[in-house]
Design a protein around this ligand. Structure first.
Ligand code: GLU
Length: 423
């Protein structure tokens, strides 16, 4: 394969992109070959083909995955996504990013991820519930509060988590709330969990502004993805005075140089199903909106949106990666040349799993915190982790992403060495 083919392949396949970042950090840390092999290979990969009865009486087979990348620092932790294009390589990459993410914010988990190949927009509530329960039953012996703890991700939410909790609880014979996080409030959920990923993005963006000597009021923000992460980050940032000038969705984009009223846009979308036609902003080409001039760009949708093909066109000063893997490894070099201040995904979107950790702790204690406590503890972890990554980068003269990976790898390697390798 030519170098060009390799790089194109890598920009499409998140597992190759994850490997490239890993190799770079491992080389700088001078990790030995054996340790690299241990860290690279996912500990456990489960593929299940599950039969599910559709509403029309047809029996269909769905394929699901759960990958536990590392369990060196604690149980596996990570979301489950439902999408038509889920693949084992994607779930592998996402699982490894969870390992590094939990290590960056120093919470006692390894990394895992799950996915089911399906299109939720084509499924009824009943079908969605049956898929969820059957998938949970198929992976039940490999999950648990001490083993691997799922959570929401793309196209899954608190309702799906409640079904997982119930299915698992039926199997073990008692209510086990700590088997999943991101649950409804009256089922052992945590206050602040739904907002946590967006809140985390806001906190680290504020830290980046302080570092660069800027103020929220003079900061224009473009957000790609107006779901749980992007929508919440936009709402919270607008409250602090940031000007949210652009919002990009999969089927349209809106722009207002004076700032979009994010709450109004949310209500508009609730009523109309999408953001198109919103009167408080002008419609712009969704393929071009990412290149609007702004201080902060927040990709908060899916992988591989910033690539070697478009990175040069970005006009932001700070890139806050709300999504997992929005930037390909090759695009990193272009962003470095452009001196974009990157807040890498494994730091920027770690607020979600951090409050998942708080939820798990509360479930296990059977004692629940108020929202102020949750937000305060999240703030502390995000601010400290941001400072640790930036300081590591400055000390070792590497960019923020490399610093985050090196810090994370170092922590995981430390745990493995203390435990010893049972080989
Ligand atoms: N799916 C989220 C993530 O990618 C949250 C995972 C969790 O809370 O375990 O970080």
């Amino acid at each position: 394969m030519s170098a060009a083919t390799v790089s194109l392949e890598q920009e499409k396949n998140p597992w190759l992109a994850a490997e490239a970042r890993f190799d770079n950090a491992a080389k700088l840390l001078k990790l030995n070959e054996g340790m690299c092999k241990v860290l690279k290979a996912p500990s456990r990969e489960i593929t299940v083909n599950i039969p599910v009865m559709l509403d029309d009486g047809r029996l269909e087979i769905f394929t699901g995955y759960r990958v536990q990348h590392s369990i060196a620092r604690g149980p596996g932790k990570g979301g489950i996504r439902y999408a038509p294009d889920v693949s084992l390589d994607e779930v592998r990459a996402l699982a490894s990013w969870m390992t590094w993410k939990c290590a960056v914010v120093n919470i006692p988990y390894g990394g895992a991820k799950g996915g089911v190949i399906c299109d939720p927009s084509l499924l009824s509530d009943g079908e969605l519930e049956r898929i969820t329960r059957r998938y949970t039953a198929a992976i039940a012996e490999f999950i648990g509060p001490e083993i691997d703890i799922p959570a929401p991700d793309v196209n899954t939410n608190d309702r799906v988590m409640a079904w997982i909790m119930d299915t698992y609880s039926m199997r073990v014979g008692h209510a086990t709330t700590a088997v999943v996080t991101g649950k409804p409030m009256n089922l052992g959920g945590s206050l602040g969990r739904r907002e946590a990923t967006g809140r985390g993005c806001m906190i680290v963006t504020l830290e980046a502004l302080k570092k660069l000597g800027r103020r929220p009021e003079d900061t224009r923000v473009v957000i790609q993805g107006f779901g749980n992460v992007g929508g919440m980050a936009g709402t919270l940032m607008a409250k602090l005075g940031f000007k949210i000038i652009g919002i990009i969705e999969y089927d349209g984009a809106v722009y207002n140089p004076n700032g979009i009223n994010v709450d109004d846009l949310m209500s508009y979308r609730r009523e109309n199903g999408n953001i198109n036609g919103f009167a408080g902003a002008e419609a712009v080409d969704r393929n071009e909106a990412m290149f609007l001039e702004c201080e902060v760009l927040i990709p908060a949708a899916t992988e591989n949106v910033i690539t070697s093909q478009n990175a040069a066109k970005l006009r932001c000063r700070i890139l806050c990666e709300g999504a997992n893997g929005p930037t390909t490894a090759i695009a990193d070099e272009i962003l470095a040349e452009k001196k974009v201040f990157v807040i890498p995904d494994i730091l920027a979107n770690a607020g979600g799993v951090t409050v998942s950790y708080f939820e798990w702790v509360q479930d296990r204690q059977g004692y629940f915190w108020n929202e102020e406590d949750v937000n305060q503890k999240l703030q502390e972890i995000m601010v400290n982790s941001f400072a640790a990554v930036v300081a590591y980068g400055e000390t070792h003269k590497v960019d923020n992403r490399t610093a985050a990976y090196m810090l994370a790898l170092d922590r995981v390697v430390g745990a493995i060495k203390l435990r010893g390798i049972y080989a």
